[in-house]
Design a protein around this ligand. Sequence first.
Ligand code: G1P
Length: 290
Amino acid sequence: MSLVKTAVFPVAGLGTRFLPATKSVAKEMLSIVDKPLIQYGAEEAIEAGINKLVFIVGRTKNSIIDHFDKAYELETELEIRGKHGLLQIVKDVIPDGIACVFIRQSEALGLGHAVLCAEAAVGHEPFAVILPDDLIRNHGDGCVKQMVGVFDRYHASIIGTQTVAIEHSDKYGMVAGPRLDERIARVEEIVEKPAPADAPSDQAIVGRYVLTPAIFDLLRTTEHGAGGEIQLTDGIAALRQHEQVLSYSFEGRRYDCGSKVGYLRATVDLALEHDEVAEDFRDYLKQLKL
Ligand code: G1P
């Protein structure tokens, strides 16, 4: 039984890169084929044995709350029409035994602040943080399940990482430190969105973390950092002064669904794996003669 039972989803951001789509729809509700991004994140958490999902939402994110609520009218209607397959899909959005908690982040003060908003719901336990914009797919265990396994072994906070071209360092938190094995390293340097010349390595933070609750006290005193926001990266830099922090180069493929091209790549790849549409869609792509 894993020690990590809670996942936090900071989903209060405005999603301006997808306007006008995100004028009234939460960016995390944009679908890849037929499933909203936030649900891929929830499924990744549930697969890892997590049973409490904490969503940090903003004022315009009520569609996320609705998505994870029970849809009585829809379920009754599908039942009456005998659409049992669809009924199951609707019921599976939140399987039995999974609790959802919604917390309003009333001011957009940054990712570190959003995580701090989850403190009361998380309690004094380790927890995962999932940024659903980063869609991560793997044919074996999902990224969070892999990281929770590492946590259970080391009892230390873990940051999901991936190698990026150094010229993109200013889009990511960047880490560096000695390797403990093929995938795990000790974090000795960590900095939010450095210029390429200042990047400590080519290892970028992706939107997956497993953190000890010691992070909360540190986030409370974290100063505004890059972009004037309270950065989770800065909180983790402070955490590293007190306890070991590890990085984990996950197995799988990440799609940056916060960008249009990343979103389109995810759409194409997942459509090609989708039982219902894969065949037709492959035929369509073949005849495009690009
Ligand atoms: C956030 C984090 C950053 C991380 C990134 C991963 O940045 O602050 O450290 O590398 O997520 O997606 P954002 O993309 O929200 O600006």
